[in-house]
Design a protein around this ligand. Structure first.
Ligand code: CDP
Ligand code: CDP
Length: 203
């Protein structure tokens, strides 16, 4: 199969975007790009002392393989560099090229359906209440041995939501033509089933 087919999955932290994206990619044999990892990799380089714009413009494949990218500290740094227009601009070409690769692609992030791939064949906006998302992220972080509390994780998630939704460049919001899936009361399996139904209807 050489068709170009792009699935855009956006939404706030710990809504279930990554889990749904990976499962859809596996089901249809598409490639998957977690675009948050690009911003996390830039954030991690900034924490190491590199200028944000330079960090984005010179990002290398090996920067995406650092072990610390999933930490809460790097998540905050990522959302801070993500407000900078030149940082976002430096990452556009790579994401668009990925989206158009032969055989299909799933990209998850914040601005895929609105800015990166406004013509994506399928657009989903996956969300959930901040409390539910904070609980999920708390379980993930403590499961990996990070020492934190639910209150701290909720404050982190809320701070990132606020920054991501209110920035001038590519703010987090559902595209006008996105299907919204609220996973607050759904298991992963139920959320995935809804997403697969949407994709299958358009595929
Ligand atoms: O990619 P994103 O940050 O949106 O979320 P994720 O990494 O897919 O999911 C965050 C955590 O929530 C994972 O541990 C999922 O297993 C869990 N989750 C859940 O318990 N129920 C859902 N309906 C969706 C995700
Ligand atoms: O996994 P989680 O949903 O917690 O975060 P992520 O997807 O790894 O994204 C980390 C941060 O990068 C977000 O809080 C956004 O500020 C930024 N980001 C963005 O601005 N645009 C994207 N397409 C993806 C991530």
């Amino acid at each position: 199969m050489t068709d170009i087919f792009t699935i855009a999955i956006d939404g706030p932290a710990a809504a279930g975007k990554g889990t749904i994206s990976k499962a859809i990619a596996a089901r249809f044999g598409f490639a998957h790009l977690d675009t948050g990892l690009l911003y996390r990799a830039v954030g991690a380089r900034v924490l190491a002392g590199v200028d944000p714009v330079e960090a984005a413009q010179t990002l290398q494949a090996h920067d995406l393989e650092r072990g610390d990218l999933r930490s809460a500290e790097v998540a905050q740094a990522a959302s801070k560099v993500a407000v900078i227009g030149e940082v976002r601009a430096a990452l556009v070409d790579f994401q668009r090229a990925f989206a158009r690769r032969a055989g299909g692609a799933v990209l998850d992030g914040r601005d895929i359906g609105t800015v990166i791939c406004p013509n994506a064949e399928v657009k989903l906006y996956v969300t959930a209440s901040a409390e539910v998302r904070a609980k999920r992220r708390f379980l993930e972080l403590t499961g990996k041995g990070e020492v934190t509390s639910l209150a701290v994780v909720l404050a982190d998630v809320a701070a990132r939501d606020e920054r991501d939704m209110n920035r001038a460049e590519a703010p987090l919001k559902p595209a006008a033509d996105a299907v919204v899936i609220d996973t607050s009361e759904l298991s992963i399996e139920q959320a995935l089933q809804l997403a697969l139904t949407e994709v299958s209807a358009l595929k």
